[in-house]
Design a protein around this ligand. Structure first.
Ligand code: FNR
Length: 185
């Protein structure tokens, strides 16, 4: 049966490098693995008062269902102030509640961080690992995926064409797919 891989990009920006990098990764998935882009841009900020069964925002329910429906998640995130974007943290919080209904539970994850800077969003990558521990998401450790100088990776039609870079991306995808198969609930 086809396995579904949720693709979550931490940036909301229309011209986001991360959105383009994620598209390039999606083309490298082997047969039998289907990428499903999960959008968190419409989620109201998490507020426990709204989670009592009466007033639950429809966008929260839809997002929770979207995460529930996939077998694992690949996160593509920029680093914001050495951490993760607030929107991404909000999405993690929305999916984690109400208590006892954590939709992230047991979903194997990969984290690909990126930056136009040299260190590839390493601080953001590690910041994302912290909540994933508590959310009970086994997370790929190797190969590490900190994509530095991401602005130089894409050509005019938003494709990655450097053979060495494609090979590196493929090694991450291959390791993640194997990790997903071993760790799926
Ligand atoms: C950034 N950026 C950034 N880059 C970095 O390497 N380390 C950092 O701590 C930060 N902090 C930061 C904070 C905020 C609020 C913004 C908007 C940006 C730069 C960031 O890496 C760059 O804008 C990326 O291009 C964002 O990813 P997208 O939107 O291209 O996917």
């Amino acid at each position: 049966m086809t396995k579904k891989i949720g693709i979550i990009v931490g940036s909301l920006r229309k011209g986001s490098y991360g959105k383009q990098i994620a598209k390039n990764f999606m083309t490298l998935l082997p047969d039998g693995y289907e990428p499903v882009v999960i959008d968190f841009s419409q989620l109201p900020l998490y507020n426990e008062d709204l989670d009592d069964g009466q007033d639950v925002p429809a966008a929260w329910t839809e997002f929770r269902n979207d995460v529930q429906a996939v077998d694992g998640i690949m996160f593509f995130t920029p680093e914001y102030n050495r951490s993760i974007p607030g929107g991404l943290k909000n999405a993690l919080d929305v999916g984690s509640r109400p208590m006892g209904h954590n939709v992230w539970d047991h979903k194997p994850a990969a984290i690909i961080s990126y930056s136009p800077g040299a260190i590839g969003g390493m601080g953001g990558n590690f910041a994302l690992r912290q909540p994933l521990v508590f959310l009970n998401m086994p997370t790929l450790q190797q190969p590490e995926a900190y994509l530095g100088h991401v602005n130089q990776m894409l050509d005019d039609d938003q494709k990655v064409s450097n053979p060495g870079t494609i090979q590196y991306f493929q090694s991450i995808v291959d390791a993640y797919v194997e990790f997903l198969d071993r760790n799926m609930a």
